[in-house]
Design a protein around this ligand. Sequence first.
Ligand code: UD1
Length: 375
Amino acid sequence: MPSPTRSKADPPIRLLAVAGARPNFMKIAPLMNEFAKRTSSFEPILVHTGQHYDKAMSDSFFRDLGIPEPDVNLGVGSGSHGYQTAQVLMKIEPLLIERKPHVVLVVGDVNSTLAATLAAVKLQIPVAHVEAGLRSWDREMPEEINRVLTDSVSRWLFTTEAAAETNLLREGVPAERIHFVGNVMIDTLLAHRERALALDTVERLGLTPQGYAVLTLHRPSNVDSPDQLRRLFEVLGRLHAELPVVFPVHPRTAKAIEQHLGGAKPKLLMTAPLGYLDFLRLLIDAQMVLTDSGGIQEETTALGVACLTLRDSTERPVTVTEGTNTIVGTDPIAIEKAIEQLRRSPRPKGRRPALWDGCAATRIVDILERDLGNF
Ligand code: UD1
């Protein structure tokens, strides 16, 4: 829907932005910041679904990243996939009817993303999806289902890398809906890098720059099986004996450790989940990062830090082809080999992918302003 340039007399575009879980918060932050600069064009409404609700998983991100207080918190909390998705659907629908946004903006691939999208499109409200088109080709991942379904009904598909556009075109999405804009998560990283550098996180944990590894684990493929978890911690424990491994523990993983290992603590430097700035500080000076997260593969690529991804696939292939990421799978023997190899290699030389330049949110909001100018 191309339109003429907006005039001052036009009413602002009512845009309802949705964030629900930790990886959403760093994506929504630069977008909210951009809307705040354009109050004559946009009237943003921020909805927190409450999928993540802890201080450590949610509140600290709002504070550290300067995200405005949500206008509404749906308070859905934890539960099975069906329960969580249904709760968001049920609770957001009356809000959409009451507030009548011109557009709903969703980010990433969590249950809240899909549920808010479904509720909006059923009410004929167009959806803009930020981070569209990523595909791991692994339908056992709940996030993959969320991505495919969200993309199939979104009006604007904002992509972070070239492969995403290819995937969407192959699925029959009309080319004019797809916009390669770069990576909003890297907007946040670049905006907060200096603040993170000023922190003493590395020293506080008794570590030295380049003298430690960072580990995160929360995917069902790694933490839901007692055997897998035990074998992983054996390998990682051996690494820790040579190179300290800092392990901020996700609540789902903490539960799994308690349940599957009878509370026997892995021999690693375990911490509670860290805030955004402390975690970024650790990434910057890590010798290597081991993770099953999606976002951390991108953050390490942007920082030029070696990353071993403990999964069988990635939906973010540019982090491998251009960045510093290696997909090593979930087999503990293969992981140990990859660690040994990396310990012997010089620091990897990746390059920052196209448009991961700190301006993705500006590009997105420009496009929405242009297309929605004449609603
Ligand atoms: C969700 C996302 C995943 C993302 C991850 C980042 C989906 C399908 N998954 O997975 O894509 O990578 O967030 O963290 O949406 N919990 C707390 N406090 C909280 C939130 C959760 O203690 O603030 C605990 C609960 O016991 C809950 C468990 O963590 O049962 C898992 O949380 P949930 O949101 O269901 O999924 P994640 O595994 O975090």
